[in-house]
Design a protein around this ligand. Structure first.
Ligand code: ADP
Ligand code: MG
Ligand code: ZN
Length: 525
């Protein structure tokens, strides 16, 4: 198979996501009073309603509707005031009712959007953005200094209920193949579930991954779900098709269901791009089907041919009256909107002069965002000056540590926000060099001490005494007369050589800024 980069030279991917999110922060299920609890003893949170026993009558959970309206407002959706619940045929045993209650053509939230900022290596997947100048637009994407921004339409967010859980026994790794029997746990059946459907506006696996990540940030800020991909409270279906570059019609899509990590979402879509290209380039056709991503084998396999709308037998639920939302209700929910991630980015830029890139990466995790805010509050009048180096510390060192080690907890680690401020202040004052700052950071983690104390103890102070540096600079220039002549003849790239020599002389403790400055002065005189 060709690599994705090769395929994308000739083909464009068209991707749409369906993202399910359980409202885990609620007390009770969608249509009954059963308690929501992850990991409870199987079948202890069930009742006639969520088991679909004859005569049981559902009552919608108002708190769940408040949550979905909040989600809709936070993703720029229009709120539909008049909607209905529908029954959708469901033929698997993990739902005892034989149908799933969901919404019809009109959902509580419709026609929204989110803007995505794509940068770093991930931006390179989008070949058509590479050659644009900053500010130039192609389709709904605009080139930026660090990558590009793209506008992703949200078709709708509708309310539905989750199914229960099947446990297959006797097969390998809980899969149904080879199982001797299956158990079912209905505790999850009837859990309030929001499904967000995007327009087919995504163009690369990286965009899909970032969209899900951003949506998770939004939902977390709303406090409506724990959005745990590992525990399955947030999961995505990825729909993808290919078309020749320049073609405007969409190709036939495949769908990968229940993807439960950001990496899996990216990798499954990337694999599917390569697989579909191979089929199409051999003259074959892509079959519209559901495929399963196997992360261990790193490929997708066919699961079932897609159901048609008829298979769902959708009709309005006769047990649930049409739902009308009042303006007061909607405005009441709007008043509860917290600061959203995009607003936080804007505030970090405004308050401390961070770049959009830095602000976005600082707020990527709730922990880093909080850490940064606390540190800035402690930096007091120095905050603006220290914001950039502190952002670098958070993005380059702390986020990397969090990613590398799952047990690393920023909130309780040896580097408190106060120590972080002390560390970047030492560097900003040129007391220590950036290289020394990295060493000090390691010692803070290793020995749980204050940065200033470490610097003192180890005599790490950077030499910023102009007289001492000048003596070294003079000696280095005197020792290299030919190089000085070359520099003065126009080979200014030699500056690095002179800096290196001075640093060596000073055992790495010379202030690089001063060394550079003195060298330039002396070489140009
Ligand atoms: P269904 O109801 O069968 O799941 P939808 O029309 O609701 O189908 O689309 C589901 C998802 O698939 C949406 O996110 C949509 O953007 C996406 N999608 C639709 N057509 C295509 C296509 N040709 N290629 C890629 N994605 C698509
Ligand atoms: Mg679907
Ligand atoms: Zn119940």
């Amino acid at each position: 198979m060709k690599t994705m980069e090769q395929v994308l030279q000739d083909w464009e991917a068209v991707i749409g996501l369906e993202i399910h999110c359980e409202l885990t922060e609620l007390e009770t299920k969608m249509f009954c009073g059963c308690k929501l609890e992850f990991g409870a003893e199987p079948n202890t949170h069930t009742c006639p309603v969520c088991l679909g026993l004859p005569g049981a009558l559902p009552v919608p959970n108002k708190a769940a509707i408040e949550s979905i309206v909040l989600a809709g407002l936070a993703t720029n959706c229009e709120i539909e005031k008049h909607t209905m619940f529908y029954r959708k045929g469901y033929m698997y045993p993990d739902m005892a009712k034989n149908f799933q209650t969901t919404q019809g053509p009109k959902a509580f939230a419709m026609r929204g959007w989110l803007d995505l900022d794509v940068d770093g290596k991930g931006a390179e997947e989008r070949l058509d953005m590479r050659d644009l100048a900053v500010g130039e637009t192609h389709e709904s994407a605009t080139r930026t200094e660090t990558g590009y921004t793209t506008h992703i339409g949200i078709t709708r967010i509708h309310m539905e209920e989750d199914a229960g859980k099947m446990i297959h026994v006797g097969g390998g790794e809980g899969r149904i193949d080879g199982a001797t029997h299956s158990l079912v746990d209905y505790n999850r059946a009837g859990t309030p579930l929001m499904e967000l459907v995007t327009e087919p506006d995504l163009r690369t696996p990286e965009e899909a991954r970032l969209f899900m990540q951003k949506l998770r940030q939004v939902y977390l800020s709303l406090g409506i779900s724990d959005c745990s991909l590992e525990e399955g409270s947030m999961r995505a279906d990825g729909n993808i098709s290919l078309r020749r570059r320049g073609e405007t019609e969409f190709g036939t899509r495949t769908e990968m269901k229940n993807i439960n990590s950001f990496k899996a979402l990216h990798d499954a879509l990337a694999y599917e791009i390569c697989r579909q290209a191979e089929v199409l380039e051999k003259g074959g056709t892509v079959v519209q089907e559901t495929r399963h991503w196997d992360p261990a084998a790193k490929h997708t396999i066919s699961m079932r041919v897609k159901e048609t709308a008829d298979d769902y037998r959708m009709f309005p639920d006769p047990d649930l009256a049409p739902y009308d939302l009042s303006d007061e209700f909607i405005e009441g929910v709007r008043a509860k909107l917290p600061e959203l991630p995009d607003q936080k980015v804007a505030r970090f830029q405004r308050s401390w002069g961070l770049s959009a890139y830095d602000a976005r990466h600082v707020i990527e995790h709730r922990e880093t965002s909080q850490f940064f805010e606390t540190a800035m509050a402690q930096a007091g009048s120095e905050a603006e000056k220290l914001a950039k180096p502190l952002a670098n510390l958070v993005i380059n060192d702390l986020t990397a540590r969090m990613n590398a080690d799952e047990s690393f907890d920023l909130a309780s680690c040896a580097l408190t926000p106060a120590r972080a401020v002390e560390l970047v202040a030492l560097q900003a004052a040129d007391t220590i060099s950036s290289k020394q700052a990295k060493e000090v950071l390691e010692v803070v983690f290793g020995e749980d001490k204050d940065p200033a104390a470490i610097v003192e103890e180890r005599g790490m102070k950077q030499v910023s005494d102009t007289g001492a540096i000048e003596a070294v600079v003079d000696a280095v220039l005197a020792a290299n007369p030919e190089k000085v002549a070359e520099y003065q003849g126009g080979k200014t790239g030699l500056l690095g050589f002179f800096v290196g020599q001075c640093m060596k002389e000073m055992k790495g403790q010379g202030n690089p800024k001063l060394i550079n400055q003195l060298l330039e002065e002396k070489l140009s005189s």
